[in-house]
Design a protein around this ligand. Structure first.
Ligand code: SAM
Length: 291
């Protein structure tokens, strides 16, 4: 811990581009939006912030169970497949180690360059979920983790998934159901308002609940929905993964004022000190098969 209270998390980032958690840093709505937005990151708005966010998404131990659940859904699906929104390429590398032959597709060129650097043997391509650089009917599986909630047109992305998958090909989607998050704080209603605002702030913040219906309407079969709760008892992981952005989103929508935020931060700080901090974010995992 440095003098200003910031904490460098050794498992995230590296010497040149460390991830730094600043407990007193209050990002504006614009900071948050840019960090999560691959197009703005490519325009040079905040590439380091974007990469730090992607590093977090791919390396936090708390999210390991989600990744594992999606890998298990694909076991036996065959070799060739696509990881859509592959970020820094971690899943591409891990699925390759499982004997599969993934193509990683990413819309951010900044992220793509990092993935290529980290895994020179990986097959990484530039593309978007609605426009994949793949031939029709050539993929045996399709995976998208933490992607669909960011898309404005989830129907177009699913139609594209149906195009690239071969008949019988397997699909797995994983997205948090943000509004259902559990944060131990009082009053409980404030936590609910914050996570409702955070879900609303995403382009498709409720996609996990609607994916089954959308898949059915797109012609997929064998649709199943499963839940993986992601439990954060370590505030140093929860703040950069969810809380910082949730509070910024809530403020931007008028769901949190200065007084409420100060009281909330104080309570969370006290809970952290006492070891009673708790945030649970449920992830919905939807699997299906192309008819
Ligand atoms: C939370 S990361 C997940 C990355 C990776 N799947 C993982 O789990 O590590 C979100 C990804 O979605 C991409 N993304 C965000 N908004 C997008 C959009 N509107 N269109 C296409 N991709 C987007 C980002 O570039 C980023 O790679």
């Amino acid at each position: 811990m440095s003098a200003d209270g910031s904490l460098q998390i050794s498992t995230l980032g590296n010497a040149e581009n460390p991830y730094v958690y600043r407990p007193h840093y209050r990002p504006t709505f614009t900071d948050t939006w840019i960090t999560m937005n691959p197009i703005e990151a490519d325009r040079g708005a905040d590439p380091d912030g974007h990469l730090a966010y992607l590093r977090l998404a791919s390396q936090l131990p708390e999210l390991g169970a989600v990744k594992e659940r999606t890998y298990r859904a694909l076991l036996g699906a065959g070799g060739s497949g696509v990881d859509v929104g592959c970020g820094l390429g971690v899943a591409v590398q891990e699925l390759t180690a499982c004997g599969m032959a993934p193509v990683g597709v990413e819309s951010s060129r900044v992220a793509l360059a990092q993935a290529q650097l980290a895994y020179p043997d990986g097959d990484f391509r530039h593309g978007t979920p609605a426009d994949l650089p793949l031939e029709s009917g050539t993929m045996e599986w399709y995976r998208a983790e933490h992607i669909y909630l960011q898309l404005s047109d989830t129907g177009a992305a699913l139609a594209e998934a149906g195009r690239v998958l071969e008949p019988g090909g397997r699909l797995v989607l994983a997205d948090p159901d943000i509004e259902s998050a559990l944060l131990s704080v009082s009053p409980e209603r404030l936590a609910r308002d914050i996570f409702t605002a955070f879900a609303d702030w995403h382009r498709s913040g409720y996609i996990g609940r609607h994916a089954a219906e959308l898949l059915r309407n797109t012609g997929f079969t064998d649709i199943r929905v499963d839940t993986v709760p992601v439990t954060f008892t370590d505030p140093a992981a929860a703040w950069p993964a969810a809380l910082t952005m949730a509070l910024a989103a809530a403020r931007s929508q008028g769901a949190l004022n200065d007084r409420q935020e100060a009281a909330l931060r104080h309570e969370l700080h006290e809970r952290s000190r006492r070891g009673t901090f708790l945030l649970i974010m449920p992830f919905l995992i939807t699997t299906a098969r192309r008819a």
